[in-house]
Design a binder for this molecule. Structure first.
Ligand code: HEM
Length: 126
């Protein structure tokens, strides 16, 4: 339905909850990623759900609680190499596969996330 915002079209909170939970399970199991993440990803996942909700045009949950996303600045404490950006995107691609997210909406979201992930790179290859 073209009248819907992407957040609704994708299936709202129900879909994003599943996507983000599978995504962080993948992150936890990825050798290049888990060392830079906290052991307990509960809060990280909660923030990511808020962020993706507004990224897809839904209510601005992230900004309401945490202020302007300033994602690149918030990632500066973590060494994000090109390899880690690739790994992050792979975890996301596999999460999309696992929850059965398909079609144009998936392609568009993945494209935007690819762009954002490139922008987060702040450290040359180790
Ligand atoms: C937080 C890694 C890309 C959205 C974080 C944290 C790490 C991280 C280590 C901190 C977790 C914590 O302390 O709870 C990475 C790596 C990326 C990447 C390695 C590879 C390029 C992205 C992208 C997005 C994103 C593309 C956009 C969807 C977020 C959000 C947070 C976060 C919303 C929470 C920020 C906050 O603390 O308020 N990320 N990230 N990240 N990341 Fe990423």
């Amino acid at each position: 339905n073209k009248d819907q915002i992407p957040f609704e079209e994708i299936g709202g909170h129900e879909t994003l909850d599943r996507l983000v939970d599978v995504f962080y399970t993948n992150v936890k199991n990825h050798p290049d990623l888990y060392p830079i993440f906290p052991d307990d990803l509960t809060e990280t996942a909660r923030k990511q759900k808020q962020f993706l909700t507004q990224f897809l045009g839904g209510p601005p949950l992230y900004t309401e609680e945490h202020g302007h996303p300033k994602l690149r600045a918030r990632h500066l404490p973590f060494p994000i190499t090109p390899t880690r950006a690739k790994a992050w995107l792979l975890c996301m691609e596999q999460a999309m596969d696992e929850i059965g997210l398909e079609g144009q909406l998936r392609e568009d979201l993945f494209q935007r996330l690819t762009f954002t992930a490139q922008h987060m790179i702040n450290t040359p290859e180790e």
